[in-house]
Ligand binder design. Sequence first.
Ligand SMILES: Nc1ncnc2c1ncn2[C@@H]1O[C@H](COP(=O)(O)OP(=O)(O)OP(=O)(O)O)[C@@H](O)[C@H]1O
Ligand SMILES: O=C(O)c1ccc[n+]([C@@H]2O[C@H](COP(=O)([O-])O)[C@@H](O)[C@H]2O)c1
Length: 206
Amino acid sequence: MGEQEVPTGPVKRRIGVMGGTFDPIHHGHLVAASEVASQFHLDEVVFVPTGQPWQKSHKNVSAPEDRYLMTVIATASNPQFSVSRIDIDRGGATYTVDTLRDLRALNSDADLFFITGADALSQILTTWRDVDELFSLAHFIGVTRPGHILTDDGLPEGGVSLVEVPALAISSTDCRARVAQGDPVWYLVPDGVVRYIDKRQLYRGE
Ligand SMILES: Nc1ncnc2c1ncn2[C@@H]1O[C@H](COP(=O)(O)OP(=O)(O)OP(=O)(O)O)[C@@H](O)[C@H]1O
Ligand SMILES: O=C(O)c1ccc[n+]([C@@H]2O[C@H](COP(=O)([O-])O)[C@@H](O)[C@H]2O)c1
């Protein structure tokens, strides 16, 4: 008898999910997404700007539409990158469990990979909502970030991968402070984002 053919299902799409407040989006975010897309053979990366980032409620966060448009401008030139409005349009506080549930419902044929920096990764177990469900919805990828230790201590075995990305010591906080002081943010954020910040006079009064 000949060898049995093992039935193989359709190849699943591999979608990276990069959630962030993106106030503003900067090259640290873009390099992290690009590097993970390459190392994990992702078909695409969806950037998902937060609606109301509940852990930043004490901060003065820019309007969702401004953060959404800056994210669109920053990612427009890369055919692998797209931007989703799901967290903005859902309304209310943004929880990643809702982001991933909604993305799974929209992409039932795909595996999801949630990309997050070392700072955020270290907070998941202690502060994020519905932690147990989170790891059943996506594989988590923690990326290096200067000034933060990258570790998967305590996180579910097999649920998280750690990835070294080219280190860019850029934060949105620093970009906002630079604009407020009149310092340039050229080359920290994409050129179109510099122009958008200028056009909308963002971060001037901070
Ligand atoms: N330079 C960077 N290198 C790697 N990951 C980063 C970098 N900056 C941000 N991230 C990650 O990107 C995601 C979204 O980040 P976020 O939009 O909060 O930017 P941020 O620079 O941390 O903002 P803020 O300074 O306002 O807190 C988070 O998971 C964060 O850890
Ligand atoms: O689900 C949560 O409880 C939760 C708590 C804090 C942050 N997050 C998510 O982590 C991502 C980065 O958040 P931030 O606030 O650092 O821009 C973004 O997608 C947030 O929705 C999620």
